[in-house]
Design a protein around this ligand. Structure first.
Ligand code: NAD
Length: 334
């Protein structure tokens, strides 16, 4: 049997404990060799819960005493660049939870180190790996909807982390745009094959926050003529989480959450698929499982590297323009 891939995990907080560690433990192709966190108490309790022997509070020791096939960086966003740069000296396969860094400048510098060290980076965008969004993407690739012209999307839910760093710009890089907005931007740009952007217009609100935005409304126009219209907000309770992602083309339209597919036949719309009755809550976990499987396939050379640092850089440039538009209250052209 093929040897298991040796994974090193940096950061044992919420996203590691709730999502990644349980999924990694179930994957037969992976062995968690060691974990690292600055918080010793948390580190030891995570090690006990997930039966992991080697624990480190010192990142240098973590790398010096182990040989890893893959590293996962699950720490606060302000630490991603420095940790990823160090990691790329020791390991060629790196997964970084989104957002890759706080801003475009940091991502550009990281891209330089990653390329110099011939490392591969995959940024975590689990939305791409939802079974319904993967089906949506394959229908788009098959040209089922003709010429695409509009993405209308939104996500309203409480913030992903209640930690203080999450609402401090110097740590997180931004608010709801970094948390929920980035996932929608990535999904929309991925569905449209990352077209060049023509302009962005945005408005940010600070309803309950001071340092980072908690509501954002954005319009992105591409040079191919698509329009992406989206809104994201932290101001809804857990029970009423609301996510929608609708895509319109000359020959039909497709809606996510639940997945529905409509084709234009003459003057009417015909329902090709309607998953309104299926449960959508499992899709979240399935998406994270698929994402890890894809990371493993890319490491083993049987899958393509996706959600790369080059894509991350163009996404960060877009995000920078969105913040600029909101600040100057005007359309920003590329
Ligand atoms: N929580 C979510 O649902 C979620 C979803 C998607 C992405 N993310 C992203 O994942 C990352 C982690 O988020 P989180 O919610 O788990 O944060 P968290 O604050 O719960 O956990 C971060 C952990 O990293 C540790 N840490 C901090 N600096 C470190 C360092 N230099 N070396 C080693 N460990 C260090 C902390 O002690 C803490 O245990 C962030 O970039 C976040 O944006 C989180």
């Amino acid at each position: 049997m093929k040897q298991k891939l040796k994974f090193g995990i940096i950061g044992c907080g919420a996203v590691a404990q709730i999502i990644h560690l349980p999924i990694l433990k179930k994957n037969q192709l992976i062995e968690i060799s060691a974990i690292c966190d600055l918080d010793k108490r948390k580190l030891l309790s995570v090690a006990e819960k997930f039966h992991i022997e080697k624990t480190y509070t010192d990142l240098q020791k973590f790398f010096d005493e182990n040989e890893f096939d893959a590293i996962m960086i699950l720490t606060p966003t302000n630490t991603h660049k420095e940790i990823a740069e160090t990691a790329s000296n020791y390991c060629k396969n790196i997964f970084i939870e989104k957002p890759i860094t706080r801003n475009h400048k940091e991502t550009k510098e990281l891209q330089h180190s990653i390329k110099k060290n011939h490392a591969n980076v995959m940024v975590g965008f689990h939305m791409r790996f939802r079974p319904d969004s993967m089906l949506m993407k394959s229908l788009i690739e098959a040209k089922e909807f003709g010429d695409l012209y509009l993405v209308k999307a939104g996500w309203f839910r409480p913030r992903s982390s209640m930690q203080n760093w999450f609402v401090k710009k110097t740590y997180s890089g931004g608010g709801v745009l970094m948390d929920l907005g980035l996932s929608i931007i990535d999904l929309a740009m991925w569905m449209l094959n990352y077209p060049e952007v023509f302009s962005v217009t945005a408005h940010n609100f600070f309803i309950t926050t001071k340092d980072v935005e908690d509501v954002s409304v954005i319009l992105i126009k591409t040079k191919k003529g698509h329009v992406i219209s989206m809104e994201v907000s932290w101001l809804l309770s857990n029970e009423s989480e609301w996510f929608y992602f609708n895509l319109f083309g000359s020959d039909g339209s497709v809606f996510l959450n639940p997945l529905r597919v409509k084709k234009q036949v003459g003057n009417s719309h015909v329902n090709l698929l309607d998953q309104s009755r299926s449960v959508t809550s499992n899709l979240y976990l399935k998406a994270y499982e698929n994402q890890i499987k894809h990371f493993v396939a890319a490491i083993n050379g049987v899958g393509k590297w996706v959600s790369t640092i080059d894509e991350a850089l163009s996404r960060q440039a877009l995000l920078e323009a969105i913040y600029k538009s909101a600040k100057l209250n005007k359309e920003i052209k590329f």
